[in-house]
Design a binder for this molecule. Sequence first.
Ligand SMILES: C[S@@+](CC[C@H](N)C(=O)[O-])C[C@H]1O[C@@H](n2cnc3c(N)ncnc32)[C@H](O)[C@@H]1O
Length: 299
Amino acid sequence: MGETVSGKQLSQWQNWAKKESIASKISPNEVDWLLQEVAELTHLELRLETFKNRSKIPLKQSLSELTDLWQQRLTCRLPVQYLVGVTPWRKFKIKVSPDVLIPRPETEYIIDIVLKAIPESPLFDIASGNWVDLGTGSGAIALGLADILTNATIYAVDRSRGALDIAEDNAIEWGFAERIHFKQGFWWTPLEFLRGQVNGMVSNPPYIPTELIATLDPEVAYHEPHIALDGGEGGLESIRYLIESSPPYLRSGGIWLIEMMAGQAEQVAQLLACQGSYQNIQIFPDFAGIERFALAYRR
Ligand SMILES: C[S@@+](CC[C@H](N)C(=O)[O-])C[C@H]1O[C@@H](n2cnc3c(N)ncnc32)[C@H](O)[C@@H]1O
């Protein structure tokens, strides 16, 4: 339930939440992130506290509800994105819930790699036709593809019904409901009808070795869905499967592009080369210079 508070009251709450955050080794900037959503104040207004002298600030949730939320952040290490219910990703504000992986800033770059990869394909019509986002989660990659490939039809697959519900909401919110088709199932399985007709497959599959999951930050290990993280023993189970299963679906010259974990590039390139159906295999670094993306073209 919302309430209207004075700027002074909000500033007091902001200061309390920031102090508690610092004591819990959580970035105090996250408090402003929450307040941007709840109080509809800008990042700058919050940082400079220019709202302090306002007599009335409407809040979508009461201060006592905000306190409860912040306690969850501090004690349960619930990611702030799940508290707020949205996260920024490329030009989108994406709805998220604990049913989906929070789309990461690194993954934004996969859409730019698609743009770099398209001119290198021998297919003149590669930017249109059928494109696929396997393991769509919140639908972030599907939205990114629909945004840059304005004449393409996107098929977005996930095994998780909860994830697809969120992804569908995001597609509707951003006006892509007509061009993104959602399917529930195991990787390519719900897309049998697209055999030999896909121009591009883009995926950010689970790639964390099972044995490492318990060592991740509690925000990730306790709250993000393990189906989105767990890449099996060694981490390459899903990537290996995508390498083996994709050739029958891709047109000759079609794009195969995935995100992977630091340290997996050499093995992924080798698996692609040994499979025999791919050519022009390339590895791309993320903004930190770490090799995180593998691209190949169907022979
Ligand atoms: C790392 S998350 C990526 C989510 C989203 N694409 C992103 O980049 O933020 C991996 C996604 O793959 C889905 N997934 C895992 N195994 C799958 C399978 N066998 N078939 C289809 N989707 C699967 C998970 O539910 C999860 O949404």
